[in-house]
Design a protein around this ligand. Structure first.
Ligand SMILES: Cc1ncc(COP(=O)(O)O)c(C=O)c1O
Length: 396
């Protein structure tokens, strides 16, 4: 690999794993020498419609010709119409704040929850990922930083649901920190990249009770789970919980445009009628993001999507039991089109790339999150190759 003048993320730079790509089509990346690599984790979970979706591309290119850039404060038809559409998809009343990434959605959710509640602490799980941008505000020196101090000292860790299915220890933590100090509980609805952990209903019911009894806001991070990944428009629609704030990004535009959104409930929206919302960004509600989201919402509600989704889901279900029976596998967890194969010993991403498969290998977990456009036959073939790698059949 020749030297590259840019950083590779989340790794030391010497010998970092990279892939030399010429183009992409459907569920595949295509290398310079024409090798097709099946994208089995939808890239970083965002490329749910593959890499050459004509409708999303058309929506973006059409928008480019009409209104390619818009000042954050502008009101225009697309912004009005698509925001209403997003609220309908959420099946919640309230307001939307737009961002350009998942991390930014989470940062703004934290800021809003702290400002609204007047409290500082956020409870979050250890086994979680919410984005890379923490701390930007602690460096900010002007009036915008006033309500938003360094976060780490204000974060407390919730015990894992597996070890605390009735949230008894969780409640003890709330009492220890003091409900009067806690602005919000921030949770991935289903833990995504860190192992597809689905918390039991008993735990969610306790979280719902904490919200009611202690008046703590619930922030759900739907950056991975949103826009159909778990089989419903949003993941939380499958669990007994009503959030106050929802963070969105990734599939919101199928990954074609960096974009994100934060939903807040009506009470929070009302609060900002008089209070200054000290949140904002240059590319707020970017028209290209709105145009892409508009078509994405249509796509995940189409009968064709439902048909394909069930086929892929059934295929994953079959493979879930196949993988579970392998000696090398500790556990398989699976919901919608998201699956973690927890191995006894980790296998690096490179071993799968050698079999023309791109997937996320995170610690001991292999995360499978196929594009919604992958054919079941392609999925079957790819998972057969994954099985061979796990069984060590690719050893040269
Ligand atoms: C659950 C979750 N939240 C937030 C983020 C951050 O999103 P972004 O990388 O777009 O900032 C990620 C990224 O993988 C994520 O998985």
């Amino acid at each position: 690999m020749k030297e590259i003048p840019f950083y590779v993320t989340w790794t030391n730079q010497t010998g970092a794993l990279t892939l030399d790509i010429a183009s992409a089509k459907g569920p595949h990346y295509i290398t310079r020498n024409g090798k097709k690599i099946l994208d089995l984790s939808s890239t970083s979970y965002q490329a749910a419609f593959g890499h050459s979706d004509k409708e999303i591309i058309k929506a973006i290119t059409d928008q480019l010709k009409v209104l390619p850039i818009a000042s954050p404060k502008l009101v225009f038809d697309l912004k009005q119409k698509v925001t209403q559409k997003l609220l309908q998809l959420l099946k919640l009343k309230g307001k939307i704040f737009y961002t350009v990434s998942g991390a930014e959605s989470v940062e703004n959710a934290i800021k809003i929850s702290r400002q609204f509640s007047g409290k500082k602490y956020i409870l979050a799980r250890k086994n979680s990922y919410h984005g890379a941008s923490l701390g930007a505000l602690s460096l900010t020196g002007d009036w915008r930083a006033k309500d938003h101090l360094t976060l780490s000292k204000w974060t407390k860790r919730i015990p894992e649901p597996k070890n605390d299915p009735h949230a008894v220890e969780f409640e003890k933590l709330i009492k220890k920190v003091g409900a009067h100090n806690i602005a919000a509980i921030c949770l991935e609805t289903v833990t995504g990249g860190n192992g597809v952990i689905v918390a039991p209903k008993t735990w969610w019911k306790a979280v719902a009770r904490f919200k009611k009894e202690y008046g703590i806001l619930i922030i759900l991070d739907e950056v991975v789970c949103g826009f159909g990944r778990l089989g419903t428009a949003f993941g939380f629609q499958q669990f007994p919980i009503k959030p106050d704030i929802v963070c969105m990004a990734k599939i919101i535009t199928g990954g074609y445009i960096p974009f994100g959104a934060v939903w807040t409930n009506s009470k929070i929206a009302k609060f900002y009628d008089k209070q200054i919302l000290s949140c904002g960004l240059t590319s707020y509600a970017h028209p290209l993001g709105l145009a892409a989201m508009n078509i994405v919402i249509d796509k995940i509600q189409s009968p064709e999507h439902n048909r394909r989704f069930s086929l892929l889901h059934d295929e994953l279900e079959t493979w879930s039991s196949i993988f579970s029976n392998l000696d090398q596998v500790k556990e398989v967890r699976h919901i919608g089109l998201l699956m973690a194969i927890e191995l006894k010993t980790p296998i690096p991403t490179k071993s799968f790339l050698d079999k023309s498969i791109l997937l996320a290998s995170v610690g001991n977990n292999l995360i499978i999150a196929p594009n919604y456009v992958t054919k079941s036959s392609q999925l079957k073939k790819a998972l057969t190759a994954v099985k061979e790698v796990i069984e060590g059949k690719n050893d040269k």
